[in-house]
Design a protein around this ligand. Structure first.
Ligand SMILES: [Zn+2]
Ligand SMILES: [Zn+2]
Length: 416
């Protein structure tokens, strides 16, 4: 006879395992083409990170499980969950006093999966300081404070402010929360996040809603935050946007260069990985794949952004990545000639656009050479005399180490 309790438990656990708590139910084949792959450098392990994402727990449109699932498919090693603390348009349907809920859900979905989920929050203010992400926080609930008015005058004032807000399609309760959330000084939230040992970066500093000229520029409040050591990074890339001014601010103020998806809908809709696209990510160069090592790397500014087909970062980070990605595989002279046949191999997802800066010319290409992602390119070099060591100088047109400054790379190969 079947034990009814055993039967119940079997069904119950089976349902539990395959319901919304799990992620990663896809085949390796499905991830083959969309997985973001960059090699480790000589010194560090290269991790793929997306440090800015939303779910239904703020203004995103998917459950955190889907964020984890997408990240696993994209080969993302580090995923931060960063809901708006003060802007919660789904709060009527998904009320949650505990602002760590999104992180907790993502963490469950990622259990036993090869991905690190980071607890974060988006501190959401008008400019200044605008939106600031705090990642590696311990408790999101300590980073915001919403106090509803007690006396009638304050209640009336709030009503008036709500009625004056030009936010189409947003309910009054959400507007009230946002107004009251903004009344708690941003400095308090930023200090609280720093007390938790968080890593903080300024989000989309060029956002046209908060910067009408579309340019990022530091306000005295940002300068103060930097001076106190409270602001550690800046988004040079957010979604489909790249900010040259933010890049310059990062270099001038020793801020970590960050690129994120800031995804609210589906990665597949926004970035079309099935058509060869990818979300913008931050490559982080770490000693080991642990939260501590990642945080240390971020504070040490060991990052490169992978945005569309461009790599963006400090020279000290970009160069080792280029050296790890590109190499001359073989070099052989054609018999009785000074024509050297070489194969340049690329083991990264970037499609490199190289401009030949060496004195040599090629028999089968002009000076602009493309090396396909995860592929190779054959070139025949006119070396004039037989060399024992080939050195080819390139300008890497799709790698930026400062605004308008592309990276230089020398590929070397011994010739037998
Ligand atoms: Zn934002
Ligand atoms: Zn955001």
């Amino acid at each position: 006879m079947i034990n009814p309790i055993a039967l119940f438990l079997t069904v119950f656990f089976a349902l539990n395992i395959y319901s919304h708590g799990s992620a990663g139910s896809f085949s390796k084949e499905e991830t083959k083409d969309r997985s973001i792959d960059f090699p480790d450098t000589k010194q560090y392990k290269t991790l793929v990170a997306d440090l800015h994402t939303h779910s239904v727990f703020s203004d995103g449109h998917v459950w955190p499980t889907i964020r984890v699932e997408e990240a696993l498919r994209d080969g993302v090693d580090v995923l931060a969950v960063t809901e708006h603390l003060e802007y919660q348009p789904h709060n009527q349907d998904i009320p949650h006093k505990n602002r760590n809920r999104s992180y907790e859900e993502a963490k469950i979905a990622a259990s036993n999966k090869n991905i690190i989920i980071i607890n974060g929050s988006e501190i959401t203010r008008e400019m200044p300081p605008g939106h600031v992400n705090a990642v590696f926080i311990k408790d999101a609930n300590k980073l915001f404070n919403i106090e509803y008015p007690k006396n009638n005058k304050d209640k009336d004032d709030l009503k008036k402010m709500v009625s004056e807000m030009q936010w189409g399609g947003i309910d009054n309760a959400t507007k009230e929360q946002y107004i009251l959330g903004n009344m708690w000084p941003a400095e308090n939230a930023i200090e609280a996040a720093n007390k938790q040992g968080a890593f903080l970066f300024w989000n989309h500093p060029d956002w046209h809603i908060q910067s009408s000229d579309g340019k990022a520029s530091l306000n005295p409040m940002h300068q103060d935050m930097i001076k106190q050591g409270y602001l550690h990074g800046i988004e040079v890339v957010n979604g489909n946007g790249y900010s040259e001014e933010a890049f310059e601010i990062a270099l001038d103020n020793n801020l970590t260069i960050i690129g994120t998806s800031d995804v609210h809908d589906l990665i597949d809709w926004d970035y079309k990985p099935h058509l060869g696209g990818h979300r913008p990510v931050t490559l982080i160069f770490v000693g080991s794949k642990t939260e501590n090592s990642i945080k240390n790397a971020l504070k040490d500014r060991r990052t490169v952004i992978w945005f569309k087909n461009t790599l963006i970062g400090l020279k000290r980070n970009i160069l080792p990545l280029l050296e790890a990605s590109l190499s001359i595989e073989s070099a052989n002279y054609r018999s009785n000639t000074e024509l050297l046949g070489i194969t340049i191999k690329n083991i990264s997802d970037a499609r490199f656009v190289l401009k030949n800066m060496s004195p040599y010319t090629f028999t089968n290409s002009h000076d602009l050479v493309e090396i396909p992602s995860q592929g190779s390119k054959y070139l025949e070099v006119k070396t004039d005399q037989k060399l024992s060591l080939l050195e080819l100088d390139f300008d890497v047109l799709n790698a930026l180490e400062a605004p308008k400054v592309t990276s230089k790379l020398t590929l070397k190969k011994r010739v037998n």
